[in-house]
Design a protein around this ligand. Structure first.
Ligand code: GDP
Ligand code: CA
Length: 322
C-alpha cells in the first residue's frame, strides 16, 4: 500500500468520531472521507438539527466549543432566551450561530435538497477538507426504550442526561431508508475502513443498520479496523458502558470487539487493557494495544499515525502490499 493512495473511510458519531477525524486530518498523504451518523437528528423549534454531523463540521473547522466538545465557540443564547420566554422547551442548548446553520439546513430541506448535498455545501463553506458523507438522505431516528418509557435520542441524551436505564434501542424509519450513492461508492473504493471510538450502539449502529451499508462493508476489500471507545471498561464520555451493562453485554473492549466481530479485521485497544488481547484474538481478529486516549492534538495525531502504520504494516487477510 502506498500512502499517497490511501483512501480512509471513517465511520463516526459526534465527539469521539470528531477527535479521530482531527487526528487523521493531520496526515497529508491520505484522502479522508467521513461517514457520519444521522440517527441523532431531530426537529427543534421547527428546525432540523443534526448534532453528530454538526459536531464533526464544527470540530474540523475549528468552530467547536472546545470546553464542551460540542456547540460553537463564543456563541450566544439570545434566540434561545426569547424561545424560552415564549414558552418553548429549551433543554436542547442551541446557540445563535448554531441556529443559523439549522435555519440554513431546514430551509434547503424544505426546498427539496438532499441532506447529503446540504452537508457537503455546509462543510465546504466552513473550509472542511475531508468529505463528510451521510449513510442515507432519509430520516432515520434513534429511539430509546428506557425505564421511563420511550424517549427520542436527544430526550435520553440531553434532557435526561443518560440517566434512564436503556432497555432497547430502535432506529425509526430504517426499513424504508435507502443508502446514499456516496456512502456505497466510498465503501467500495476505501483502502482502510476505520470505526472511530464512537458509541457503538447509538453512533455506529445507526450507520451500519441503514439497508445496504453493512453488506457493502462486509463485501469491500478494505482493511477494517475499529478503535475502542472504552478504557478499563469505562467510556471517556457518555453512556457507552452504561448502555452495554443495561443491554446485558460485557462493558469492556472485549464487548466492543464482540459487537463488531463479523465486520472488522482488527481492533485498537488501550495498553491498560492488554490482558483482554488473547480473548479478543479468539474472536478471529487482530488486537493492537496503544494509548487510545486523545486528550490533545498531539495524542490525536499520534494515534491516527499509529493506526495508519498498523494498516500498512500488518498482514491482514485482504491486504495488498505495494
Ligand atoms: P457523541 O455522538 O458526541 O456521543 O460521540 P461519539 O459517539 O462519536 O463518541 C462517544 C464515545 O467516544 C464515548 O463512548 C467515549 O468513550 C469515546 N471517546 C471520547 N473521547 C475518546 C478518546 O479520547 N479516546 C477513545 N478511545 N474514545 C473516546
Ligand atoms: Ca451522537
Amino acid at each position: 500500500m502506498s500512502e499517497e493512495q490511501l483512501k480512509i473511510l471513517l465511520l463516526a458519531g459526534g465527539v469521539g468520531g470528531a477527535k479521530m477525524a482531527e487526528g487523521l486530518n493531520f496526515s497529508s498523504n491520505i484522502s479522508l472521507t467521513i461517514l457520519g451518523n444521522i440517527g441523532d437528528d431531530d426537529s427543534f423549534h421547527g428546525l432540523w438539527v443534526s448534532p453528530d454531523i454538526d459536531t464533526m463540521i464544527y470540530t474540523l473547522s475549528d468552530e467547536i466549543n472546545k470546553t464542551q466538545s460540542w456547540g460553537v465557540k463564543d456563541d450566544d443564547y439570545k434566540a434561545l432566551s426569547f424561545l424560552s420566554k415564549l414558552g418553548n422547551n429549551t433543554w436542547m442548548s442551541l446557540g445563535d450561530k448554531d441556529l443559523g446553520l439549522h435555519i440554513y439546513r431546514t430551509d434547503r430541506l424544505r426546498r427539496g435538497d438532499r441532506a447529503s448535498d446540504i452537508t457537503k455545501d455546509i462543510a465546504e463553506a466552513f473550509g472542511v477538507t475531508p468529505h463528510i458523507i451521510l449513510p442515507t438522505d432519509d430520516i432515520v431516528q434513534t429511539k430509546v426504550l428506557t425505564d421511563q418509557g420511550w424517549l427520542t435520542f436527544q430526550e435520553y441524551f440531553v434532557k435526561e442526561r443518560c440517566n434512564p436505564v436503556v432497555k432497547e434501542i430502535v432506529f425509526d424509519g430504517l426499513h424504508v431508508a435507502k443508502p446514499t450513492h456516496e456512502a456505497l461508492e466510498a465503501i467500495a473504493i476505501a483502502d482502510i475502513i476505520l470505526i472511530a471510538p464512537s458509541n457503538p450502539f447509538v453512533s455506529i449502529s445507526p450507520i451500519l443498520n441503514i439497508p445496504g451499508i453493512l453488506d457493502a462493508l462486509k463485501e469491500c476489500d478494505a482493511i477494517k479496523l475499529a478503535v475502542s471507545p472504552l478504557i478499563n471498561g469505562k467510556a471517556i464520555k457518555g453512556p457507552a458502558e452504561k448502555i452495554m451493562i443495561s443491554l446485558g453485554l460485557r462493558a469492556d473492549s472485549m464487548g466492543v470487539a464482540n459487537f463488531y466481530k463479523d465486520l472488522i479485521d482488527g481492533i485498537i485497544i488501550d495498553s491498560s487493557d492488554a490482558e483482554l488481547a488473547p480473548e479478543i484474538k479468539s474472536l478471529g481478529m487482530q488486537v493492537f494495544c496503544t494509548n487510545i486516549l486523545m486528550s490533545n492534538n498531539s495524542e490525536k495525531r499520534r494515534l491516527a499515525g499509529e493506526i495508519l502504520d498498523i494498516a500498512k504494516n500488518n498482514n491482514f487477510p485482504n491486504e495488498v502490499n505495494a
